[in-house]
Design a binder for this molecule. Structure first.
Ligand SMILES: Nc1ncnc2c1ncn2[C@@H]1O[C@H](COP(=O)(O)OP(=O)(O)OP(=O)(O)O)[C@@H](O)[C@H]1O
Ligand SMILES: [Mg+2]
Length: 229
């Protein structure tokens, strides 16, 4: 089996008021291409920080991150952005939609960055998939939390990423919408072979993945793989 993400001895420290705070402490794991993984753990355990490091959004204090065979450790900010645009989709816990762009334009951003042509039909199709065709011209402030989350999901899907990181993708959704979003994620995994790494408190969602990694206080306290009969 091919590895898509390899994390070795990864630590993250922050300096605050002259002392160093350890947020992640020597994390190790590797993820197989095409697999689905849940990361769970209490609030403040380092889940969002870990996701940011894995996706190349942030730099480690120590250790190495290899994404799709590319070591991110020595890359500049621009080089990491290029790797992200090519291979990574990211659904942020706080959405991070661009406030000056409409819903449709937000979805088009990754495609524009890639210099793709005819991106509008693709963006409209994604908008329809998340059930928000009627909101194409709305700005993020005009959307509810759950709607912003779905636009963020459509944006993350737009470049059919090799690996998709989702930080609590169903955190703001009602049961029915949540079910739709989960289906979209797993369909992408099945149809495009996209590797899914999902941070979630939802035990039912975690239970549908191949593997559950548990974090607590910045260390891994559990790593369970499903055994298929
Ligand atoms: N830029 C920063 N500077 C200092 N401390 C930070 C910074 N970013 C995060 N932290 C701290 O790192 C710890 C882990 O944060 P993180 O956001 O990764 O947690 P989490 O597991 O995602 O929590 P939640 O479930 O609430 O989203 C927290 O204690 C947080 O205060
Ligand atoms: Mg978080």
């Amino acid at each position: 089996m091919e590895t898509i993400l390899n994390i070795k001895e990864v630590s993250k420290h922050y300096q605050s008021a002259g002392s160093s705070l350890t947020i992640l402490d020597r994390i190790n794991f590797s993820i197989q291409k095409g697999s689905t993984v849940a990361i769970t753990g209490p609030s403040g355990s380092g889940k969002t920080t870990l996701l940011g490091l894995c996706a190349g959004l942030d730099r480690t204090s120590d250790g190495s991150v290899e994404l799709n065979g590319i070591s991110l450790d020595q890359l500049s900010e621009d080089q990491r952005a290029a790797v992200r645009n090519r291979y990574v989709g990211f659904i942020f816990q706080n959405f991070q939609l661009l406030p000056t762009l409409t819903a449709l334009e937000n979805i088009m951003v990754p495609l524009e960055l890639r210099g793709e042509k005819n991106i509008r039909p693709r963006a409209l199709e994604l908008l329809d998939k998340v059930g928000l065709s009627a909101r194409a011209d709305h700005y993020p402030v005009q959307l509810s939390g759950g709607e912003q989350q779905r636009i963020s999901l459509a944006r993350a899907f737009s470049n059919t990423p090799a690996i998709l990181f989702a930080d609590e993708p169903t955190g703001n959704l009602d049961g029915e919408t949540s079910e739709k979003v989960i289906k979209l994620l797993f369909d992408l995994n099945k149809e495009a072979g996209t590797t899914l790494i999902i941070v979630t408190h939802d035990l039912e969602l975690a239970g549908r993945t191949d593997r559950i990694i548990r974090l607590k206080g910045g260390v891994i306290i559990g790593d369970e793989r499903k055994i298929y009969a």
